[in-house]
Design a protein around this ligand. Structure first.
Ligand code: AMP
Ligand code: ZN
Length: 122
């Protein structure tokens, strides 16, 4: 599975549309390869999604060529957490596949923080 090719853009994908600006989002970060925006249904006071512009369907579809990209996603998480108010800790989550509870099949890292209690994630 990890070696299967995938299109770098999917016209029917909501996060591809957010990345290109076709669908609005509350963007908190962007660069050449990544965007980050506020989750539309936050599970915590701070709930961000870090999303590569490339349409990678899920973590299990990433390959060795994505090693650097995945590292940059992880390293961006603490910076954006603090910048957006999660100053007392945060949680990172990749949902992968059906049993992983993934709803949007474009790889994204959840970054959640802020004072508890939080809404339970499914
Ligand atoms: P997952 O279950 O990991 O696939 O999570 C997808 C997340 O995307 C959910 O937390 C949704 O609330 C969020 N989401 C879906 N559509 C949008 C949108 N248009 N803007 C921001 N977040 C969204
Ligand atoms: Zn996509």
């Amino acid at each position: 599975m990890s070696q299967q090719p995938h299109a770098t853009h999917d016209d029917s994908c909501i996060f591809c549309k957010i990345a290109t600006g076709q669908i609005p989002s509350q963007r908190v970060y962007e660069d050449d390869e990544l965007i980050a925006f506020k989750d539309i249904r936050p599970a915590a006071p701070v709930h961000l999604l870090i999303v590569p512009r490339e349409h990678i369907p899920m973590l299990a579809a990433a390959g060795p060529q994505h090693e650097g990209l995945l590292g940059r996603i992880m390293l961006l998480a603490p910076r954006l957490a603090v910048e957006n108010g999660a100053t007392n800790g945060f949680r990172t989550v990749f949902n992968n596949g059906e049993d992983g509870g993934q709803e949007v099949y474009h790889l994204h890292l959840h970054v959640m923080g802020g004072p508890r209690p939080w809404r339970a994630m499914p």
